[in-house]
Design a binder for this molecule. Structure first.
Ligand code: CDP
Ligand code: MG
Length: 132
């Protein structure tokens, strides 16, 4: 069965939106097969966001992502990787359509509530990174 790695970000925790994000996953019919609350450090963020580690705004991403707890989940289902990206909406909450998580709850491209793997291959790498 296809799997993806979903992670609520610290702003979702701070704003009390973790449950609503989980609800959207469940309403779609996908199964959460593992879940844990964590505090991330800079080292794991350099791995997880390796494609952004050279960007001038990377320190801000680290500050944001270490500002509170995240909730990591393994989510299973047919086509779950692409479907979850659609349910999340694009990176920038101002671009994301209403009805998507980011479209409904985010208004910028940094603090956007949720992470979801962007390919089946990366999903397996991320699941291994966060769940071992
Ligand atoms: O999360 P997504 O896959 O949609 O976007 P990404 O390009 O892989 O970027 C990862 C995360 O870095 C985003 O979700 C934002 O939280 C942050 N980011 C940012 O703060 N500013 C940007 N210009 C791009 C990304
Ligand atoms: Mg990404």
């Amino acid at each position: 069965m296809e799997r993806t790695y979903i992670m609520t970000k610290p702003d979702a925790y701070e704003r009390g939106l973790v449950g609503r994000i989980i609800t959207r996953i469940e309403e779609k019919g996908f199964k959460i097969t593992d879940m844990k609350m964590m505090r991330l450090d800079e080292n794991i963020l350099k791995e997880h966001y390796a494609h952004l580690a050279d960007k001038p705004f990377f320190p801000e991403i680290v500050e944001y992502m270490t500002s509170g707890p995240v909730v990591g989940m393994i989510v299973e289902g047919n086509g779950v990787v692409d479907s979850m990206r659609k349910i999340m909406g694009p990176t920038d909450g101002l671009e994301a359509m209403p009805g998507t998580i980011r479209g409904d709850f985010a208004n910028n491209k940094s603090e956007n509530l949720v992470h979801g793997s962007d390919s089946v291959e990366n999903a397996e790498i991320e699941i291994k990174r966060f769940f071992g």
